[in-house]
Ligand binder design. Structure first.
Ligand code: 2DT
Ligand code: MG
Length: 240
């Protein structure tokens, strides 16, 4: 009789399998890392506007999200790059390529730390700008240009904002910085077209001639999809 009473007071037995499933789900929720989302494209396609809007929208829906941009002109290496881009100094072409790469590598500890804390990072330009721009110069192969960035944290999603250089030029004057002219940008665009063929990377091409709002909605939905897929996957290594 006593034994029966006690049995009735016990909670319904839970199978070990259910315990495992619940524990896994809880740990997945606790450990899910942030996604590394990169925006790429030639100048004037709206990368900066869209990166900012994306971070705001993710935060508004309760996600942890932060913005990064390359080159990061605030570091010592970034200042050398900035002065080069502003035509205030000259640097040998290989040297400046390596500086752009070093400017990413110097942020890698921070990038990994943030992703592991569950923060989604939205990055305005990354290694693909590095390759597309330098290989638009004479005597630089795509392959050589990729080498210094081999092993960087691999983006979970790369949004390629596609726009013809003619359309880009219609959006107003290019600035006065180095590389800001239509013939160079056309070569850069062709290089991007080679890079996006790489099926080992999650490239999504987006028609950047759409309105800011339409573009934003598309970018946000691709990002949310990527954030879901990240789950417990470790951070990958680019071009490895
Ligand atoms: P913005 O700051 O307006 O994005 O212009 N670039 C960028 C390179 O040549 N190599 C790189 O690795 C990167 C990240 C693209 C920065 C300019 O610098 C070019 C345009
Ligand atoms: Mg620019």
């Amino acid at each position: 009789m006593v034994l029966r009473k006690q049995t009735l007071l016990l909670p319904a037995p839970v199978s070990p399998r259910v315990v495992t499933v619940v524990a896994r789900a809880a740990s997945a929720m606790a450990c899910r890392r942030g996604a590394l989302v990169v925006l790429e494209g030639v100048d004037r396609t709206g990368k900066t506007t869209q990166s900012r809007r994306l971070v705001e929208a993710l935060k508004a829906s309760g996600h942890l999200a932060e913005l990064l941009r390359f080159p990061d002109r605030t570091t010592e290496i970034g200042r050398l790059i900035s002065s080069y881009l502003e035509n205030k100094s000259n640097l040998e072409d290989h040297t400046v390529h390596l500086l752009f790469s070093a400017n990413r590598w110097e942020q890698v500890p921070l990038i990994k730390e943030k992703l592991n804390q569950g923060i989604t990072l939205v990055v305005d330009r990354y290694a693909f700008s590095g390759v597309a721009f330098t290989s638009a110069k004479e005597n630089f192969s795509l392959d050589w240009c990729k080498q210094p960035d081999v092993g960087l944290p691999k983006p979970d999603l790369i949004l390629f904002l596609q726009l013809s250089t003619l359309e880009a030029a219609k959006r107003g004057d290019f600035g006065n910085e180095r590389y800001e002219n239509s013939s160079f940008q056309e070569k850069v665009l062709q290089n991007y077209h080679h890079l996006i063929k790489d099926k080992t990377l999650n490239w999504k091409t987006i028609d950047a001639s759409k309105s800011i709002e339409e573009l934003h909605n598309e970018i946000k939905s691709f990002t949310e999809e990527a954030m879901q897929e990240v789950q417990n996957k470790p951070i990958g290594a680019l071009w490895k």
